[in-house]
Write a protein that binds this ligand. Sequence first.
Ligand SMILES: Nc1ncnc2c1ncn2[C@@H]1O[C@H](COP(=O)(O)OP(=O)(O)O)[C@@H](O)[C@H]1O
Ligand SMILES: [Mg+2]
Length: 369
Amino acid sequence: MARVNFDHVYKIFGEDVYAVNDLSLDIQDGEFLVLVGPSGCGKSTALRCLAGLEDISRGHIYIGERDVTYLDPKDRDIAMVFQSYALYPHMSVRDNMGFSLNLRGASKADIKASVDRAAQILGLEDLLDRKPRELSGGQRQRVALGRAIVREPQAFLMDEPLSNLDAKLRVQTRAEITSLQRRLGVTTIYVTHDQIEAMTMGDRIAVMSAGVLQQLDTPQNLYDKPKNQFVATFIGSPSMNIFPATVVQNNGTAAIQGGENFSLTLPDAVKGLILDHKDEQINVGIRPEDIEVVQYAERADDDNTLRLPVRLVEPLGSEIMLHLEGPGEEPIVARVDPRVQLKGGDVAHVAFNTDKLHAFNPATEEALV
Ligand SMILES: Nc1ncnc2c1ncn2[C@@H]1O[C@H](COP(=O)(O)OP(=O)(O)O)[C@@H](O)[C@H]1O
Ligand SMILES: [Mg+2]
């Protein structure tokens, strides 16, 4: 086990495709780090650089104290698990799992002991004599994990390992991988485009966009204190609402105004942060759960209630998504009590929890802190 370090790593394809753009990441020994971002943002490339499957254009990569930048994949002492399980079809589960130890010249007895131990950890004992085609997708993925475990590598690298599983199995396997990683304590770098996977699995999450690291933080900090609009809207579902509003100040009260009938008074905690932007337009952010229908609100503060036309109602059983007319083009989505009885065309009386407002510079999209 070891820490893993990306030190100003670039991967440039051709002249100007910066798939990985100045990535620096320090992953602690035993940490579960999730690399998340939309398709094409450079996650797989970053992982392939770490594995040695791509030569990097600039920078250095360290595993433990070793600079592995110029080492072959086989000398990096890592194990990779892919979306496609990449099992050998003609070999039994046992032989698939023991393959790398066999290559290393381990004794038959040692291989058997390692494979049996991994099989027990993963509940694969009864499947060791089967061929991959005789297994379900979930079982194949577990064999792929088993193959990684028997190598006792310095780090596990996983690239969207759950993508081929159906929704239910994905949730189950997600929990299995998390608890397995905690038990084994092996440094793990896990790539996914799925923010829920990232939030539920990672000790820390690195959010990438267009090759650039946007924020590296714990799940809760990413959610509560996103550094920019990209992170704010990427993490959380439904996304944080973003709308334009002007910062105004009268007689010591500060407010944001999104239009004639859209004004919210700012509490002290938020006020200090954005008064520098008095009379300017900013982007305001608020999460769907921080807007309530007044009748059902635990707190009703008259200063922060608005009457907004309802565009659409999405009932989800345990909650309702209300799409409200806001100052911007996009509706403002509120996640509200399922007892709320509103329909498209009604006017909703809603309370904004202004303690939870976010504000962004509309030009740079950086959080105004
Ligand atoms: N071998 C390659 N040659 C040229 N461009 C590539 C190659 N591999 C990846 N890219 C480009 O690099 C970017 C990042 O790709 P990738 O790392 O696969 O993204 P992700 O895994 O986040 O979906 C994309 O724009 C992709 O088209
Ligand atoms: Mg990928």
